[in-house]
Design a protein. Structure first.
Length: 270
């Protein structure tokens, strides 16, 4: 499956990130019980309880996926024979088998729907490189193998009434069962539409990443890693302090962020 640069409008952010995971990039769990995807939406549903765009739950073995009826050979055992009148050669009646059943996945709740961040903003990176059959790629310049500076980003579709923008970069794959933050930025002016590579406006507030540093750092182990860039439009200022804890800010954003943009970029090392 080919990744799109951005998710389609009107899809809950949890589902957009789940779609990235289901496309072959894995997933994971957070430390806050927010779902089973690495970048789950605030209040959204997890990949384990996947819903479609209409909010209807999908379930294994649902309508249209029933199993065919068992054959007489299946019912009587391998190599067995069936006598007239529905009896086996042993003279015992052949009981009918009940149809298979499946428990439907839980539907998204009204509260989750109200709190779900909706991907209706476009987020892209002029710094990304084309990649066949997957997300755009980061060059070594934007990792610890190069200058380790943040890539250029640009966006559009910030809704009216936005008080500030917040940006997170996370590994799609969790580390030791936890979300891994590579960059966290708050206090971005809603009038902004882009940031240059390696630069932030003076009013930006930078959080502490999972390497224990305040700032940007992408430094994967050998192999390939996919990174999820998420931009949130906040209708009220949360005003975190410099070096803030990204987990705490995500928790404070529950039920606040109503719009967002998602971008997946990958890097292969080694």
């Amino acid at each position: 499956m080919r990744f799109a640069k951005t998710a389609s409008a009107g899809v809950p952010l949890a589902l957009a990130v789940a779609a990235l995971a289901l496309a072959g990039c894995g997933g994971g769990s957070s430390t806050e019980g927010e779902g089973s995807t690495a970048a789950s939406s605030d209040g959204g549903s997890s990949a384990a309880g996947e819903t479609n765009a209409a909010g209807e739950a999908k379930s294994a073995g649902g309508a249209g996926s029933g199993a065919s009826a068992p054959s007489a050979k299946d019912a009587t055992g391998a190599g067995g024979s069936t006598a007239k009148g529905g009896q086996s050669a042993g003279g015992k009646s052949n009981p009918s088998l009940p149809p298979p059943t499946a428990t439907p996945a839980p539907k998204i709740t009204p509260e989750q729907r109200r709190e779900a961040t909706v991907v209706n903003m476009t987020l892209e990176s002029p710094s990304s490189l084309p990649s066949a059959g997957g997300p755009g790629a980061l060059s070594a310049r934007y990792t610890c193998d190069g200058k380790n500076v943040s890539p250029a980003l640009r966006w559009r579709g910030v809704p009216q009434g936005t008080a500030e923008l917040a940006l997170f970069v996370m590994n799609l794959q969790p580390v030791d069962g936890k979300l891994f933050f590579d960059w966290a930025v708050a206090g971005l002016d809603p009038e902004m539409e882009e940031i240059e590579a390696g630069k932030l406006p003076k009013d930006a507030v930078v959080g502490r990443n999972s390497f224990g540093k305040t700032g940007y750092e992408i430094c994967p182990e050998d192999g390939s890693e996919t990174y999820i860039f998420t931009l949130f439009a906040l209708p009220k200022k949360l005003s975190p302090a410099q070096g803030f804890d990204p987990f705490a800010l995500r928790k404070a954003m529950h039920g606040v962020a109503g719009s967002g943009g998602v971008l997946a970029l990958s890097y292969t090392r080694g």
